[in-house]
Design a protein. Structure first.
Length: 418
Protein backbone atom coordinates (compact mmCIF):
# COMPACT_ATOMS: atom_id res chain seq x y z
CA UNK A 1 0.00 0.00 0.00
CA UNK A 2 1.36 3.38 -1.01
CA UNK A 3 1.54 6.50 1.15
CA UNK A 4 -1.58 8.61 1.40
CA UNK A 5 -1.60 11.52 -1.06
CA UNK A 6 -3.66 14.68 -0.68
CA UNK A 7 -5.35 16.80 -3.36
CA UNK A 8 -7.64 19.76 -3.61
CA UNK A 9 -10.10 17.67 -5.64
CA UNK A 10 -10.35 14.02 -6.68
CA UNK A 11 -12.54 13.41 -9.74
CA UNK A 12 -13.85 9.88 -10.28
CA UNK A 13 -14.60 9.28 -13.96
CA UNK A 14 -12.82 10.51 -17.09
CA UNK A 15 -15.77 11.01 -19.43
CA UNK A 16 -16.75 14.49 -20.68
CA UNK A 17 -18.17 15.65 -17.33
CA UNK A 18 -15.22 14.42 -15.28
CA UNK A 19 -12.50 15.52 -17.69
CA UNK A 20 -14.07 18.97 -18.08
CA UNK A 21 -14.44 19.49 -14.32
CA UNK A 22 -10.85 18.40 -13.74
CA UNK A 23 -9.47 20.42 -16.67
CA UNK A 24 -11.13 23.67 -15.57
CA UNK A 25 -9.93 23.23 -11.99
CA UNK A 26 -6.44 22.36 -13.24
CA UNK A 27 -6.49 25.42 -15.48
CA UNK A 28 -7.13 27.42 -12.31
CA UNK A 29 -4.02 25.96 -10.70
CA UNK A 30 -5.74 23.44 -8.46
CA UNK A 31 -4.12 20.15 -7.47
CA UNK A 32 -6.45 17.57 -9.05
CA UNK A 33 -6.39 13.80 -9.38
CA UNK A 34 -8.65 12.14 -11.97
CA UNK A 35 -9.33 8.42 -11.65
CA UNK A 36 -10.71 6.60 -14.69
CA UNK A 37 -11.65 2.94 -14.49
CA UNK A 38 -10.94 2.14 -18.15
CA UNK A 39 -8.01 2.67 -20.50
CA UNK A 40 -8.60 5.34 -23.12
CA UNK A 41 -9.40 5.37 -25.97
CA UNK A 42 -12.49 3.32 -25.26
CA UNK A 43 -15.80 2.92 -27.06
CA UNK A 44 -18.79 4.97 -25.94
CA UNK A 45 -22.16 5.76 -27.46
CA UNK A 46 -23.38 9.36 -27.80
CA UNK A 47 -21.67 10.76 -30.87
CA UNK A 48 -23.84 13.79 -31.63
CA UNK A 49 -23.35 17.23 -30.04
CA UNK A 50 -25.56 20.29 -29.76
CA UNK A 51 -24.19 23.81 -30.06
CA UNK A 52 -24.71 24.56 -26.37
CA UNK A 53 -21.44 22.67 -25.68
CA UNK A 54 -19.37 25.26 -27.55
CA UNK A 55 -18.78 27.89 -24.80
CA UNK A 56 -17.37 25.25 -22.45
CA UNK A 57 -15.21 23.78 -25.21
CA UNK A 58 -13.99 27.30 -25.98
CA UNK A 59 -12.81 27.56 -22.37
CA UNK A 60 -10.78 24.41 -23.00
CA UNK A 61 -9.39 25.69 -26.31
CA UNK A 62 -10.76 22.77 -28.33
CA UNK A 63 -13.09 24.26 -30.94
CA UNK A 64 -10.52 24.50 -33.75
CA UNK A 65 -9.37 20.95 -33.10
CA UNK A 66 -12.93 19.66 -33.24
CA UNK A 67 -13.47 21.45 -36.54
CA UNK A 68 -10.41 19.70 -37.94
CA UNK A 69 -11.21 16.21 -36.69
CA UNK A 70 -14.95 15.66 -36.74
CA UNK A 71 -18.01 15.83 -38.95
CA UNK A 72 -19.97 19.10 -38.76
CA UNK A 73 -23.58 18.94 -37.60
CA UNK A 74 -25.75 21.79 -38.88
CA UNK A 75 -29.11 20.91 -37.41
CA UNK A 76 -31.79 18.29 -36.90
CA UNK A 77 -34.05 16.63 -39.46
CA UNK A 78 -37.20 15.07 -38.07
CA UNK A 79 -39.92 12.68 -39.10
CA UNK A 80 -42.20 13.27 -36.14
CA UNK A 81 -45.80 14.12 -35.44
CA UNK A 82 -48.94 13.86 -37.51
CA UNK A 83 -47.45 15.73 -40.47
CA UNK A 84 -46.49 13.41 -43.29
CA UNK A 85 -43.48 15.37 -44.51
CA UNK A 86 -40.04 15.43 -42.83
CA UNK A 87 -39.09 18.79 -41.31
CA UNK A 88 -35.90 20.49 -40.21
CA UNK A 89 -34.43 23.11 -37.87
CA UNK A 90 -30.89 24.44 -38.34
CA UNK A 91 -28.51 25.76 -35.71
CA UNK A 92 -27.79 28.98 -37.59
CA UNK A 93 -31.37 30.09 -36.94
CA UNK A 94 -30.33 30.96 -33.38
CA UNK A 95 -27.83 33.53 -34.66
CA UNK A 96 -25.14 32.16 -32.32
CA UNK A 97 -23.39 29.14 -33.84
CA UNK A 98 -24.01 27.49 -37.19
CA UNK A 99 -22.76 24.02 -36.34
CA UNK A 100 -21.66 21.55 -33.73
CA UNK A 101 -20.15 18.10 -34.46
CA UNK A 102 -20.75 14.41 -34.78
CA UNK A 103 -17.79 12.87 -33.00
CA UNK A 104 -16.15 9.51 -32.57
CA UNK A 105 -16.56 9.34 -28.82
CA UNK A 106 -13.41 7.30 -28.23
CA UNK A 107 -11.42 10.13 -29.86
CA UNK A 108 -13.46 12.97 -28.38
CA UNK A 109 -13.27 11.64 -24.82
CA UNK A 110 -9.55 10.97 -25.11
CA UNK A 111 -9.06 14.52 -26.37
CA UNK A 112 -10.83 15.89 -23.29
CA UNK A 113 -8.86 13.62 -20.98
CA UNK A 114 -5.56 14.71 -22.52
CA UNK A 115 -6.68 18.33 -22.24
CA UNK A 116 -7.08 17.79 -18.50
CA UNK A 117 -3.53 16.38 -18.42
CA UNK A 118 -2.33 19.44 -20.27
CA UNK A 119 -3.75 21.65 -17.53
CA UNK A 120 -1.75 19.80 -14.90
CA UNK A 121 -4.33 17.24 -13.79
CA UNK A 122 -2.83 13.95 -12.60
CA UNK A 123 -4.72 11.28 -14.56
CA UNK A 124 -4.65 7.62 -13.59
CA UNK A 125 -6.41 5.20 -15.92
CA UNK A 126 -7.43 1.64 -15.05
CA UNK A 127 -8.02 2.87 -11.52
CA UNK A 128 -10.91 1.12 -9.79
CA UNK A 129 -12.37 3.00 -6.82
CA UNK A 130 -13.14 0.47 -4.10
CA UNK A 131 -14.18 2.62 -1.13
CA UNK A 132 -15.17 6.12 -0.12
CA UNK A 133 -13.31 7.60 2.84
CA UNK A 134 -15.16 9.72 5.38
CA UNK A 135 -14.62 11.22 8.81
CA UNK A 136 -16.59 10.62 12.00
CA UNK A 137 -19.22 13.17 10.92
CA UNK A 138 -19.85 11.46 7.59
CA UNK A 139 -18.01 14.03 5.48
CA UNK A 140 -16.34 12.50 2.43
CA UNK A 141 -12.57 12.95 2.72
CA UNK A 142 -11.18 10.83 -0.12
CA UNK A 143 -11.24 7.43 -1.81
CA UNK A 144 -9.45 4.12 -1.91
CA UNK A 145 -8.66 2.68 -5.33
CA UNK A 146 -6.80 -0.21 -6.90
CA UNK A 147 -4.46 0.14 -9.85
CA UNK A 148 -1.88 -2.28 -11.18
CA UNK A 149 -2.43 -4.65 -8.28
CA UNK A 150 -1.76 -1.96 -5.67
CA UNK A 151 -4.17 -0.26 -3.30
CA UNK A 152 -3.97 3.50 -2.84
CA UNK A 153 -5.58 5.90 -0.38
CA UNK A 154 -6.02 9.53 -1.44
CA UNK A 155 -7.58 12.39 0.46
CA UNK A 156 -9.09 15.60 -0.88
CA UNK A 157 -11.12 18.58 0.20
CA UNK A 158 -13.73 17.48 -2.36
CA UNK A 159 -14.49 14.30 -4.28
CA UNK A 160 -16.41 14.66 -7.56
CA UNK A 161 -18.53 11.76 -8.77
CA UNK A 162 -18.40 11.83 -12.58
CA UNK A 163 -18.60 8.06 -12.95
CA UNK A 164 -21.76 8.06 -15.04
CA UNK A 165 -24.70 5.84 -14.26
CA UNK A 166 -22.44 3.66 -12.10
CA UNK A 167 -22.52 6.50 -9.50
CA UNK A 168 -19.41 5.04 -7.85
CA UNK A 169 -19.31 7.67 -5.09
CA UNK A 170 -22.86 8.94 -4.68
CA UNK A 171 -24.62 5.58 -4.91
CA UNK A 172 -24.50 5.17 -1.12
CA UNK A 173 -24.77 8.88 -0.34
CA UNK A 174 -28.06 9.83 -1.99
CA UNK A 175 -31.16 8.23 -3.44
CA UNK A 176 -32.09 8.22 -7.11
CA UNK A 177 -35.49 8.75 -8.72
CA UNK A 178 -36.26 6.98 -12.00
CA UNK A 179 -38.42 8.62 -14.66
CA UNK A 180 -40.82 5.71 -15.01
CA UNK A 181 -42.21 6.92 -18.36
CA UNK A 182 -38.69 7.01 -19.83
CA UNK A 183 -37.44 3.53 -18.98
CA UNK A 184 -36.13 2.78 -22.45
CA UNK A 185 -33.70 0.48 -24.20
CA UNK A 186 -31.41 1.54 -27.03
CA UNK A 187 -30.42 -0.87 -29.82
CA UNK A 188 -27.93 0.31 -32.45
CA UNK A 189 -25.29 -0.50 -35.02
CA UNK A 190 -23.06 1.22 -37.58
CA UNK A 191 -23.43 0.94 -41.35
CA UNK A 192 -21.30 1.66 -44.39
CA UNK A 193 -21.80 3.08 -46.91
CA UNK A 194 -24.83 5.23 -46.22
CA UNK A 195 -26.97 7.74 -48.06
CA UNK A 196 -26.78 11.25 -46.58
CA UNK A 197 -30.01 13.15 -45.99
CA UNK A 198 -29.00 15.60 -48.75
CA UNK A 199 -26.00 16.85 -50.72
CA UNK A 200 -25.89 20.14 -48.78
CA UNK A 201 -25.63 21.10 -45.14
CA UNK A 202 -28.67 19.00 -44.31
CA UNK A 203 -26.48 15.98 -45.00
CA UNK A 204 -24.73 16.80 -41.72
CA UNK A 205 -27.95 16.73 -39.70
CA UNK A 206 -28.91 14.14 -37.17
CA UNK A 207 -32.07 12.27 -38.17
CA UNK A 208 -34.72 11.73 -35.48
CA UNK A 209 -37.67 9.66 -36.67
CA UNK A 210 -40.62 8.16 -34.81
CA UNK A 211 -41.76 4.75 -36.03
CA UNK A 212 -45.19 3.08 -36.15
CA UNK A 213 -44.02 0.07 -34.16
CA UNK A 214 -43.14 2.33 -31.21
CA UNK A 215 -40.16 4.39 -30.13
CA UNK A 216 -37.87 6.33 -32.42
CA UNK A 217 -34.76 6.00 -34.57
CA UNK A 218 -31.62 8.12 -34.69
CA UNK A 219 -29.33 8.46 -37.69
CA UNK A 220 -25.93 10.07 -37.04
CA UNK A 221 -23.36 10.51 -39.84
CA UNK A 222 -20.38 9.88 -37.58
CA UNK A 223 -17.82 9.89 -40.40
CA UNK A 224 -17.93 10.25 -44.16
CA UNK A 225 -18.24 6.47 -44.41
CA UNK A 226 -20.16 5.37 -41.30
CA UNK A 227 -23.61 6.19 -40.00
CA UNK A 228 -24.80 5.27 -36.51
CA UNK A 229 -28.39 4.04 -36.65
CA UNK A 230 -30.17 3.32 -33.38
CA UNK A 231 -33.63 2.46 -32.12
CA UNK A 232 -34.91 3.63 -28.74
CA UNK A 233 -38.09 2.08 -27.36
CA UNK A 234 -39.71 1.34 -23.99
CA UNK A 235 -38.14 -1.49 -22.03
CA UNK A 236 -41.60 -3.02 -21.66
CA UNK A 237 -41.89 -3.33 -25.43
CA UNK A 238 -38.51 -5.06 -25.62
CA UNK A 239 -39.61 -7.50 -22.90
CA UNK A 240 -42.84 -8.18 -24.79
CA UNK A 241 -40.95 -8.80 -28.03
CA UNK A 242 -38.56 -11.15 -26.24
CA UNK A 243 -41.51 -13.09 -24.82
CA UNK A 244 -42.76 -13.49 -28.41
CA UNK A 245 -39.43 -15.00 -29.41
CA UNK A 246 -38.01 -11.92 -31.15
CA UNK A 247 -34.34 -11.06 -30.79
CA UNK A 248 -32.93 -7.55 -30.39
CA UNK A 249 -31.91 -7.77 -34.04
CA UNK A 250 -35.50 -8.61 -34.98
CA UNK A 251 -36.77 -5.59 -33.04
CA UNK A 252 -34.20 -3.32 -34.68
CA UNK A 253 -34.91 -4.64 -38.18
CA UNK A 254 -38.67 -4.23 -37.68
CA UNK A 255 -38.25 -0.58 -36.69
CA UNK A 256 -36.02 0.19 -39.67
CA UNK A 257 -38.42 -1.53 -42.05
CA UNK A 258 -41.27 0.62 -40.70
CA UNK A 259 -39.32 3.86 -41.01
CA UNK A 260 -39.72 6.42 -43.77
CA UNK A 261 -36.28 8.01 -43.99
CA UNK A 262 -33.96 5.89 -41.82
CA UNK A 263 -34.24 2.85 -44.07
CA UNK A 264 -33.17 4.89 -47.09
CA UNK A 265 -29.94 5.87 -45.33
CA UNK A 266 -28.73 2.27 -45.11
CA UNK A 267 -30.49 0.70 -48.11
CA UNK A 268 -27.13 0.06 -49.81
CA UNK A 269 -25.11 -0.33 -46.61
CA UNK A 270 -24.02 -3.19 -44.43
CA UNK A 271 -23.40 -3.35 -40.67
CA UNK A 272 -19.78 -2.87 -39.66
CA UNK A 273 -20.10 -3.96 -36.03
CA UNK A 274 -22.01 -6.23 -33.73
CA UNK A 275 -25.42 -5.01 -32.60
CA UNK A 276 -25.20 -2.94 -29.40
CA UNK A 277 -27.83 -2.63 -26.68
CA UNK A 278 -27.95 -0.50 -23.56
CA UNK A 279 -30.38 0.34 -20.81
CA UNK A 280 -31.41 3.93 -21.36
CA UNK A 281 -33.29 4.80 -18.16
CA UNK A 282 -33.70 8.45 -17.29
CA UNK A 283 -33.03 9.31 -13.65
CA UNK A 284 -32.08 12.10 -11.28
CA UNK A 285 -30.44 11.99 -7.86
CA UNK A 286 -32.13 13.41 -4.79
CA UNK A 287 -28.99 15.39 -3.97
CA UNK A 288 -26.22 16.58 -6.28
CA UNK A 289 -23.85 17.27 -3.40
CA UNK A 290 -23.18 16.63 0.26
CA UNK A 291 -20.40 17.16 2.79
CA UNK A 292 -17.15 16.75 0.86
CA UNK A 293 -18.67 15.50 -2.41
CA UNK A 294 -20.43 16.60 -5.58
CA UNK A 295 -21.97 14.76 -8.57
CA UNK A 296 -21.90 15.87 -12.19
CA UNK A 297 -22.98 14.45 -15.54
CA UNK A 298 -24.88 11.17 -15.65
CA UNK A 299 -23.91 10.54 -12.03
CA UNK A 300 -26.25 13.42 -11.12
CA UNK A 301 -28.95 12.87 -13.71
CA UNK A 302 -29.55 11.34 -17.11
CA UNK A 303 -32.27 12.21 -19.65
CA UNK A 304 -33.40 10.23 -22.67
CA UNK A 305 -31.05 11.31 -25.51
CA UNK A 306 -33.79 12.38 -27.94
CA UNK A 307 -32.08 15.72 -28.65
CA UNK A 308 -28.45 14.65 -28.10
CA UNK A 309 -28.19 16.74 -24.95
CA UNK A 310 -26.11 14.32 -22.84
CA UNK A 311 -22.61 15.73 -23.40
CA UNK A 312 -24.00 19.28 -23.25
CA UNK A 313 -25.65 18.64 -19.89
CA UNK A 314 -22.50 16.96 -18.53
CA UNK A 315 -20.02 19.58 -19.69
CA UNK A 316 -22.31 22.46 -18.70
CA UNK A 317 -22.68 20.93 -15.25
CA UNK A 318 -18.90 20.51 -15.15
CA UNK A 319 -18.34 24.18 -15.98
CA UNK A 320 -20.60 25.21 -13.10
CA UNK A 321 -19.20 22.56 -10.75
CA UNK A 322 -15.66 23.83 -11.32
CA UNK A 323 -16.72 27.38 -10.44
CA UNK A 324 -18.62 26.25 -7.37
CA UNK A 325 -15.69 24.15 -6.15
CA UNK A 326 -13.27 27.02 -6.79
CA UNK A 327 -15.41 29.31 -4.63
CA UNK A 328 -15.52 26.68 -1.88
CA UNK A 329 -11.77 26.06 -2.05
CA UNK A 330 -11.04 29.77 -1.80
CA UNK A 331 -13.30 30.27 1.19
CA UNK A 332 -14.65 27.19 3.02
CA UNK A 333 -17.33 29.37 4.62
CA UNK A 334 -18.89 29.73 1.15
CA UNK A 335 -19.06 25.97 0.52
CA UNK A 336 -22.72 25.27 1.24
CA UNK A 337 -23.87 28.40 -0.55
CA UNK A 338 -21.78 27.67 -3.65
CA UNK A 339 -22.78 24.01 -3.93
CA UNK A 340 -26.43 24.76 -3.26
CA UNK A 341 -26.34 27.29 -6.10
CA UNK A 342 -24.70 24.72 -8.36
CA UNK A 343 -27.46 22.22 -7.65
CA UNK A 344 -30.23 24.77 -8.10
CA UNK A 345 -29.08 25.90 -11.55
CA UNK A 346 -28.15 22.38 -12.69
CA UNK A 347 -31.62 21.15 -11.78
CA UNK A 348 -33.17 23.96 -13.80
CA UNK A 349 -31.25 22.76 -16.89
CA UNK A 350 -32.23 19.15 -16.23
CA UNK A 351 -35.89 19.82 -15.48
CA UNK A 352 -36.45 22.06 -18.49
CA UNK A 353 -35.05 19.54 -20.94
CA UNK A 354 -36.91 16.69 -19.27
CA UNK A 355 -40.20 18.58 -19.42
CA UNK A 356 -39.91 19.30 -23.12
CA UNK A 357 -38.78 15.77 -24.00
CA UNK A 358 -41.79 14.37 -22.16
CA UNK A 359 -44.06 16.68 -24.15
CA UNK A 360 -42.32 15.87 -27.43
CA UNK A 361 -42.34 12.10 -26.84
CA UNK A 362 -45.98 11.94 -27.91
CA UNK A 363 -45.67 11.63 -31.73
CA UNK A 364 -49.37 12.25 -32.26
CA UNK A 365 -49.35 16.04 -32.34
CA UNK A 366 -49.11 18.48 -35.19
CA UNK A 367 -45.67 19.96 -35.82
CA UNK A 368 -46.86 23.43 -34.84
CA UNK A 369 -47.87 22.18 -31.39
CA UNK A 370 -44.31 21.08 -30.63
CA UNK A 371 -42.91 24.34 -31.96
CA UNK A 372 -45.37 26.48 -30.04
CA UNK A 373 -44.51 24.71 -26.79
CA UNK A 374 -40.80 25.31 -27.35
CA UNK A 375 -41.49 28.95 -28.16
CA UNK A 376 -43.36 29.35 -24.88
CA UNK A 377 -40.33 28.00 -22.99
CA UNK A 378 -38.00 30.39 -24.77
CA UNK A 379 -40.17 33.35 -23.66
CA UNK A 380 -39.07 35.89 -26.27
CA UNK A 381 -40.79 34.93 -29.54
CA UNK A 382 -39.64 36.66 -32.70
CA UNK A 383 -42.38 35.27 -34.91
CA UNK A 384 -40.44 32.22 -36.14
CA UNK A 385 -41.50 29.08 -34.27
CA UNK A 386 -38.49 27.09 -35.48
CA UNK A 387 -36.17 29.64 -33.88
CA UNK A 388 -37.74 28.95 -30.51
CA UNK A 389 -37.52 25.20 -31.08
CA UNK A 390 -33.85 25.12 -32.08
CA UNK A 391 -32.92 27.67 -29.39
CA UNK A 392 -34.35 25.35 -26.76
CA UNK A 393 -33.09 21.96 -27.97
CA UNK A 394 -29.61 23.25 -28.90
CA UNK A 395 -28.97 24.45 -25.34
CA UNK A 396 -28.58 28.06 -26.51
CA UNK A 397 -31.50 29.23 -24.39
CA UNK A 398 -29.75 27.99 -21.24
CA UNK A 399 -26.39 29.62 -21.97
CA UNK A 400 -26.95 32.72 -19.78
CA UNK A 401 -27.36 30.45 -16.76
CA UNK A 402 -24.21 28.51 -17.67
CA UNK A 403 -21.76 31.12 -18.91
CA UNK A 404 -22.95 33.65 -16.35
CA UNK A 405 -23.02 31.17 -13.48
CA UNK A 406 -22.09 32.81 -10.18
CA UNK A 407 -21.82 30.26 -7.36
CA UNK A 408 -22.34 32.96 -4.73
CA UNK A 409 -25.36 34.64 -6.35
CA UNK A 410 -28.61 34.84 -4.44
CA UNK A 411 -31.08 35.57 -7.25
CA UNK A 412 -33.04 32.89 -9.05
CA UNK A 413 -31.72 31.47 -12.33
CA UNK A 414 -33.11 33.29 -15.35
CA UNK A 415 -35.31 30.38 -16.41
CA UNK A 416 -37.02 29.92 -13.04
CA UNK A 417 -40.55 31.29 -13.01
CA UNK A 418 -42.32 32.11 -9.77
Amino acid sequence: MSDIRDYDVVVVGGGPAGSTTAALLGKNGRNVLLLEREKFPRYHIGESMITGVIPTLEQLGLVDELDKRFQPKYGISLVWGLDAEPWRASFDQTGRYDHSWHVVRSEFDELLLNTARGFGVQVEEQAHVTAVLSDDNGKVTGVTYRRGGETHHVTARFVVDASGQARAISRKLTEVSWQEDLRNVAIWNYFTPYEPLSDGRQGGDILVESVRTGGWIWGIPVTEDNVSLGHVLPAAMVAEATAQGLSHQDVFDRAVANSVVAKTMIAKGAPVDQLHTARDWSHVCKSFHGPGWLSVGDAAGFIDPLFSQGVWLGTSGASMAARALEAALKNPADTERALDRYELVYRVLYDEFLSFIRFFYDPNKLREIYLERAQQDVWHPDGNLKVGFITLISGIKALPNITGFDPLATDLPKTVRM
